[in-house]
Design a protein around this ligand. Sequence first.
Ligand code: ADP
Length: 512
Amino acid sequence: MSASAQAGRLTPATALPPGMSEASFGAFIAALADALGPAAVATDPATLREFRDPFAYRGDDRRDYSAVVSPVTTGQVQAVVAIARAFGVPLWTISQGRNNTYGGPAPRVRGSVLVNLRNMNRILEINRELAYVVVEPGVRWSDLASALAADGGQLWTSVPDFGWGSVIGNSLDNGIGYAPRGDHAANLAGLEVVLPDGSVLRTGFGAHPGNPAWHAAPRGFGPSVDGLFLQSNFGIVTQAGYLVSRTPEAYAACQFDFRGYDALATVIDVLREEMLTGVVTNYPTLFRGVERTEGELVMTPGSDGWAGRCAFYGTLARVQTDIATARDRLGTGAGIDLDATIFAGDDLAGPASHDERVQRGIPAVQLGDPDKLPFGPNFAHLDHAVVVPQLGSAVAAAERLITAHYAAREFPLTGGILLRGRSALVISSTFFDVSDEAMTASAYASYEDLVEAFAAQGILPYRTNLDNMDAVAGHLSFGEDALPRFLRTLKDALDPAGIIAPGKSGIWPSPA
Ligand code: ADP
């Protein structure tokens, strides 16, 4: 159904933008439909429902959208921003909107209009020589992985667990993968951004028309502003350069397991040294609550067993040497055996388990059979991910805090630790049933308590869900809130009416 046809038939349940009458909302929708074509604008309940936070209580209407608009060009994004500014309507952007556990595609402000970039999904360039790509926001990890394989397989990319999210959305939100380029935000190499005033900014050497080094030398000349568009609400990113890796001659997937906090602290320290000396070049992951049963590693929430994985890449000789070094150090340092399986670097069919595949840049499709999940189709999880220095003592202390927190609550503790060399992401996950209001509220309350318990120890999450952004930002108080004040000054200068994603990362414009 066309947007203009829809606009006259809004049901009372439809969330209107804050302070807007039905009549001016109708005019706003008509203006969008005129600019982008009616098929690009939707207000029907079924479409709006598709973009709910899947991990919010089913009856929660605090984040309902008023409309969804799906531009496919930078010019159309500019038009959407101009119309939203003229009518004073808040927007919220998604690339794929699979940011599940952090709010999925949902906005902070009820009645916002979703700028859905799923259909703006071209891979604009694959640069084989310099190992980068240029992508639009809707390009998914699975699209990029397949395109690189189809392009001759000389390049590959780090991916998160699931292939359905986008390269740009995940990277802008500081998402992570498990390969040597697993710090996805660090791979962003030159952004094109639509600013709240409607102008199009290109960062770095992108500001110099025709400069061929834009994506090869992302900082360019002068102050580097790329970081201002990460986890922020200063603009809408419409394309990005993205660094990828050369396919190695050999790839090895390794696993190991151990038990208890003491071994955990040793493993963290040994792996830090392996990473800082360049033996381990990927992002190893440790999973808590795993038991070795008849040779198989089995998830067993509550157990003090751990499973770990890491990987090696390079010439066959180098991979063999690195495995031997790592095996020796983990064996001598922590009494741990390392199991290694070596594949040809270009063998995409050999790696079979998720661990083997994801460290080689082969993402899983998406969540498997819902009937196999706890709570079936009502399954949801809240992940709490704090950043601690990669010191055995610091990680073990974080683990003790988490274990005590969960022991005092109804939820079993799951999750793990991602190692980045100098820092570790300690991730605890709570599973709950989104059709159960009390259980959902209790999961969110538990999360909030955990944020405060860690903040009291001087530790914060690197990313958080929509409900907790203000609370986390509220802890950035050094220098009489100098950082939040700086960000608000920028917000007021760039977007005084708060059109772009108000509230993202706790950044709001000053009251009018
Ligand atoms: P994914 O594609 O991994 O599912 P999302 O689309 O959910 O990621 O985006 C993750 C976060 O980044 C969201 O908070 C979203 O608002 C923000 N974001 C996503 N795409 C853009 C973009 N193109 N420009 C600005 N912010 C974006």
